[in-house]
Design a protein around this ligand. Sequence first.
Ligand code: PEP
Ligand code: MG
Length: 926
Amino acid sequence: MQRKRTGRRLAPRNKASRVKHVYGFDEVRRAERAAGTWDGVRALLGGKGANLAEMARLGLPVPPGFIVTTAACKAFLAAGGKFPPGMWDEVLTAVARVERSTGKRLGDPDNPLLVSCRSGAKFSMPGMMDTVLNIGMNDAVAAGLARLTGDARFVHDAYRRLVQMYGRVVLGVPDEPFEHVLATHRVRHGVANDADLPAAALQAITGEFKRVVAERARRPFPDEPIEQLRLATMAVFKSWNGKRAFDYRNAAGIPHDLGTAVNIVTMVFGNLGQDSGTGVATTRDVTTGANEMEGDFLVNAQGEDVVAGTRTTLRIQELARLMPRIDRELRAIARRLERHYREVQDIEFTIERGKLWMLQTRDAKRTAQAAIRIAVELARERLITRAEAVKRVSPDHVDYFLHPQLDPAARRAAKDDGALIATGLNVSPGAAIGRIALDADTAERWAREDKQRVILVRPETKPDDVHGLLAAQGVVTSRGGRTSHAALVARQFGKPAVVGIMSLDIDLEARRVRAPGGRMLKEGDWLSLDGTAGEVFAGELRTVVPDVADPHLLELLKWADAIRRLGVWANADYPRDAERARRFGAEGVGLCRTEHMFFETDRLPIVQAMILAREPRERAAHLARLLPMQRADFEGLFRAMSGLPVTIRLIDPPLHEFLPGHDELQKAVVELETRLRLRDGDAAELARTLEAKRRLLEAVEALREQNPMLGLRGVRLGIHMPELVRMQVRAIFEAACRCAKDGVRVKPKIMIPLAATSSELKVERALLEEEARLVMRELGVRVRYQIGTMIEVPRAAIVADRIAEYAEFFSFGTNDLTQTTFGISRDDAETGFLSEYLQKGILLRNPFATLDESGVGHLMALGVQRGRSRRAGLEIGICGEHGGDPASIAFCHRAGLDYVSCSPFRVPVARLAAAHAALGAARDQR
Ligand code: PEP
Ligand code: MG
């Protein structure tokens, strides 16, 4: 038969175009020369292409193929969908090389070459872009291939897959009409699975698919293989800008201007009989991190059968039994790849008639738990250094351990009540609670607009669901395996997920879910899932936060501690917080907000009476009642932190915060007056209550300020009401002396809030020292202590040298410092205009969450420099919320602070972030 060569004539080489657009898998060295670094190679060839070429260089079995570069994609998109000059000729040359090395030819019925056309960007975007397989099929090729293989069923199946994929990807024909054709044939032949359809049926289906394409796309399916390849390449380029890919990049923080490469690879077939198969695996278990290969495979199947979850896959461990030689070869390759990349790999392979082919390798996505274990074990195996292990773990990974899990008691009770409705694959750990949403759009809408917590429940996990998955607390699917797309995405974004619950019947029409026992749940009902155990419960279960006792985490944090320079302290008001913080690795208490104890129910009435007291004797009596309570608080803190510094801040908030609201009181007074007039109740009792309320109202009115945040608070309050501060200092020193007597090593640091001038400190300091001396003399014990201040207003930072005369340490109160530097209220902004500012890009980050380096940070740097200019070696920390934020921690490291102080639950994260800061600084210095 005369072969048509339409479009294959090679144009003469354009000497002027020096840009190389196409690289063979055997040309990785040239790519390295062009791109400079391996990172550059990945940017140019995409991750998949670069790794295929690298595997070829390692001598691993990779089917022949080549890569069209991301630069060509960018040029194509920039030119409005036109290949850059010379690119197509290079593709044709590369096809000719593949033909030579395989001995097969595209479109040759006697020995046809079939290729796949796969997307592959620099960063993995699983399933977010397009792929076309089996390019090269037409009627003549199919007939020839059937003769060659003697397997007409396989050939027609491959052919119909090409037409279907081509229709969908290249011409945008929806899945449904193809599915309809398949379903009709399944019914006609009485089979449940496409895999059971006979060759003749598949041949007929291919014809019908072609009609579907012609009708829906108004153009025929092209018979010419090169034309198939050309259009598929264009479609893959275009899929870079598809909605799925766009949404994914936004969520994953991948830039939009990288473009995708196209990998054109000789097809190998896993569906050529019992000695063929295909699978996906990770070189270690990416759920737990255990050092054992994990994955799924199928005998006599194509790759998509494994990920689609339409056939029940076999665990990779079964490979040793079914194909021992292949299993040995695969394991050796897995080890080789891990050693080569010094990282756990996610691999795809196909076995074609007893020959193993590697189709992909890439760094494997993993759960937080696995990330930590893998990093630690790779370092122990000396594949990476400890510093690299620390760098590979992100603050979010550590944060996972501090995240809610289902409360064991609640889980047991739920099981006893029969609320455990199903179990499936535990693909992404942690607990998620929310209302059932049955499609991604609903999940997104409920989460965004109605601020609801939702669980996305879907029959299968498709890349199209990514926006719903990101909006949801967690994901449940009835199909799909460990390596299904949504499972990967869930793991990457730390969303708990349970997939592959075959027994869950999800009715998208009736919007309800039938659990195996027959229990029916409606969309909108509560669901709780445990991604660690793979369990799904009806209802809203209680959650608990796991303890940070994971041995790998502890080890990694120890390594981080050896790297970091910043100290990590904790903000702790109560002994139990301090104990927890210490367990998490805190090296001191950086802030105890003493007023928090005043709000406790047994204390608030005393605090109120103290505030309302009309004369000093009365106030002193109430303060005397508060003294033992505060002393007990401080004793607890000192004991919990024996040997470590405890920073106790003197009273800070305006007094009205301890009293009832003005309007509420006024209403109560009016109401009581009316009831008294109408004689509604016991007159004497009503009169007594009215009198008490009136006094309270008077006091509240007297203390009322227009701007309490800028009013009588902080050191000003201390100066205004010295007896209150004296009581606090007495409590601190009585507690410290008692503890010291018991052998506790106390290191009290008394911190004065919101100072703006050095004279405020001078006055306050004199008072504190006098009281401290008094107590120590009374008790006959001496304890060493320090007096310092918070830097919370710009003026304090500016005159830090004068402030340092009276302060032995500084702690930046960046909540207030941000508020006073920006002049925006920390209490109102975040629920008000700040979100508008962030949406409109007026502010890039919430300055109350991440330090505003150029403004607030500038003041801090000034404060550090001026403070230390007056007092060399002045100890400086931070105790605002920013102390637990990784980016802010990096800034604090650079600004030369001594420590960060954050909430106990952020301590492990801060230890890691401080190590990252040190490693980053080391890199910057290099
Ligand atoms: C601060 O202002 O940063 C601070 C730690 O104090 P508070 O939040 O109690 O005002
Ligand atoms: Mg403050």
